[in-house]
Design a binder for this molecule. Sequence first.
Ligand SMILES: [Fe+2]
Length: 561
Amino acid sequence: MGRSKFLAPVRTGTSRRTFLSRSGSAAAALASAVALPLAPGVTQAAGPLFQHGVASGDPLADRVILWTRITPQSPRRTAGFRWLVARDPGLRDVVQRGDGETSVERDFTVKVDAVGLSPGSTYYYRFFAENEASPIGRTRTLPVGATSRLRIAVASCSNYVAGLFNAYRRIAERADLDFVLHLGDYTYDHGAVDGGRVPEPSGETITLSDYRTRHAQYKRDADLQEMHRQHPMICIWDDGEIANDAWRDGALNHTEGAEGTWPERVAMALKAYYEWMPVRMVDPTQPRRNERAFHIGDLVDLLMLEERLSARSRQLPATIPIPGFIVPGFVQAGPFADPSRTMLGAEQEAWLAAQLRDSAARWKVIGQQVMFAQLKALGAPLALGGGVFINPDQWDGYQPARDRVYAVLKGDATHAPVGDVVILTGDLHSSFAADLTQDPDNPVVAAGGYDPATGNGSRAVEFVATSITSPFLVPDPTGAIAALLRSRNPHIKFIDLNQHGYMLLDLTRERAVCEWWFVDTVVAPSSVQTLGAAFEVQHGSNRLAPSAMTAARMNPPPPAP
Ligand SMILES: [Fe+2]
């Protein structure tokens, strides 16, 4: 989701003021508890060679990707560098070191897969080039074996022109995270908008140079840099990194011919992405593939899906006017019922099914781009047509493909049901918590329906992270639109269409708790954040419950100085 048509200024809503003020004291207590001191006398301002900061990502139990970019101070085609990894923030207990060379062919970006590390451990790293040292970054490997807890921040939709990255700074300040999960729209493809920060380049990104310039601008943002410096990231692109509303063979925001060919544009966008992001390629011969599994001890299997470029069928148009809504809708008939239309493609679907069925972890967490839960303007049981859906760019537009995922969750004659599944989503620039059920408007649970009072009939849960900055389709200052959507979607327990921020997901063997943390503004620097809502799912229940908002904490490791 998301470009100029969604970029109208959004005022922070007032509908949740009473609720937010109740939780304000808890927010203040947590914020003060995790404040990160800088070591006295140490500055982390990046020098000219390392002006894009440092980052780490795709942690495994024994390795992690370390990233930086060298900005040559004189014309050249190559640049040498050294790097090291240590157990302590003072970099005295060095466990790995190496050197290498980058070049103009990769835009002087540097990526090291630092191996030989210990599981479940915090490390500190630094790069050196010429006579300059980079800022010191902190990272962390994944645990193995018995694992009691995982705590991550979940982000999406960080549009530079739409506002300041205050939410990234808040994530950076949390010392208790294992990693940051970014679900896409890390960068955006479009040009300037009225009143927004000025993008580089000024227009839409089309060429390799455009995409590199856009990534470079984002990486110079101080708040984004600090988030990367403090935490490893696991990420997947959505459409913004390439072109808005992308699918396998095109995009709404792509004009074939005038903007080159689609395959060429995708190749340029992904070349810049792999250069500038701290990620490990799944298959260098197939850069569009990006499905990955991260095994986090015996607690979580994190399954990352690619839903734009591998196989997704073209979005179908929504053409039914819906009274009370400003968008048209569609029903699950005609082409919308075509089982050959796909979100993941047969290969990735089979991979996902195998990962879910074979997982021995307590939780199966799916990180993906577009909303999985049904989002209806008018509800009706499937037997009566299912009702009227709103957004053909999410799983609603691919219902037969979604049914195939439900079939895996439900099990069959040869496969046991798969429970304890949590789906994490970005894309919508708004916050949702939903029970996942195939037929939410059918009250007969025994017939595959759903009881909104008890959650019976729910197979899994979904948490949708709001945006770091990107505005929702329309402002909802009174909460009326959210209330209307709630009334039409009994399986959705929480909706906020106004606030920006991130989710905090805390998993133990007993429960998964999701908290929505909202910043107070994206138009001015601010350190204010507020706990806006919290829901949890108990092991074995596969349905939402309001959380006690306990904001439980781990013992944080020292921050990077
Ligand atoms: Fe977005």
